[in-house]
Design a protein around this ligand. Structure first.
Ligand SMILES: [Zn+2]
Length: 236
């Protein structure tokens, strides 16, 4: 019996060695889930972003550490970063709800997220933004649905992204008459949030604004966010 327990314990420790992080997902420092310095780089500074038609609050600039941590969280299985990223997202949501433009005085604002493609959900086994919301004790209403698979966004410029996104979401009829705050992880060109707002409004819902974990740097020209950050998969 004792032997069996030892064997099981060893098997468990072997399994842990596979899944337990051995380096910081922000800078690669050994033996830390997320080092102190990278944690500091993820301290939220909610900032309003002027995306036409949708007031957005972003918790972080998409600099080197937020980028590494978000990509590792989304596509590298590094869910250990969820508590820190959830804290950043919570700060952006709180700012969006305090923002007069976002609130508009309506009571009972609900949260809507962008649906994952089926392939992305299968690959990850979780929806990154839903996971962060759950960590924050918040829930979204899954009123948005993909209509067709949008082409890979990563190689596209802002105008192409907008075209690629247009008409890619539909909204459930039950959203009519309700007010939503859109919540997403990374604001790149804004085409995804614009499309989500369009779908919600078309279904008769109001859009109070949006909150995101991080935003990429704004470039002048076009409609704002036309920079595709290195390593960004564009996958939802
Ligand atoms: Zn680090």
């Amino acid at each position: 019996m004792g032997e069996l327990v030892t064997m099981l314990r060893e098997a468990w420790l072997d399994a842990l060695a596979v899944v337990a992080p051995t380096e910081c997902s922000g800078c690669g420092a050994p033996d830390r889930a997320l080092c102190v310095s990278c944690r500091a780089d993820l301290a939220p500074v909610p900032t309003p972003v002027d995306l036409s038609g949708v007031p957005v609050w972003a918790a972080l600039d998409y600099g080197s550490v937020p980028r590494s941590v978000l990509l590792a969280f989304k596509d590298g299985g590094r869910t250990d970063a969820a508590p820190v990223l959830a804290g950043a997202l919570r700060a952006a949501i709180a700012s969006a709800l305090r923002d007069g433009r976002a609130c508009g005085g309506e009571p009972g604002i609900r949260i809507a997220t962008i649906p994952s493609t089926r392939a992305a959900f299968r690959r990850r086994g979780y929806h990154p933004v839903e996971l962060l919301l759950a960590r924050s004790g918040l829930r979204s209403e899954r009123v948005l649905r993909p209509i067709r698979r949008a082409a890979d966004q990563a190689s596209l410029g802002a105008a192409e992204r907008a075209l690629n996104r247009a008409g890619s979401l539909r909204c459930m009829p039950r959203a009519a008459g309700r007010t939503y705050l859109l919540v997403d992880d990374i604001l790149t060109t804004g085409s995804t949030l614009r499309e989500a707002a369009r779908a919600l409004r078309r279904a008769g819902a109001s859009v109070a604004g949006a909150a995101v974990v991080a935003r990429t740097e704004r470039r002048d020209g076009l409609n704002g966010w036309d920079q595709v950050p290195a390593g960004f998969t564009g996958d939802l």
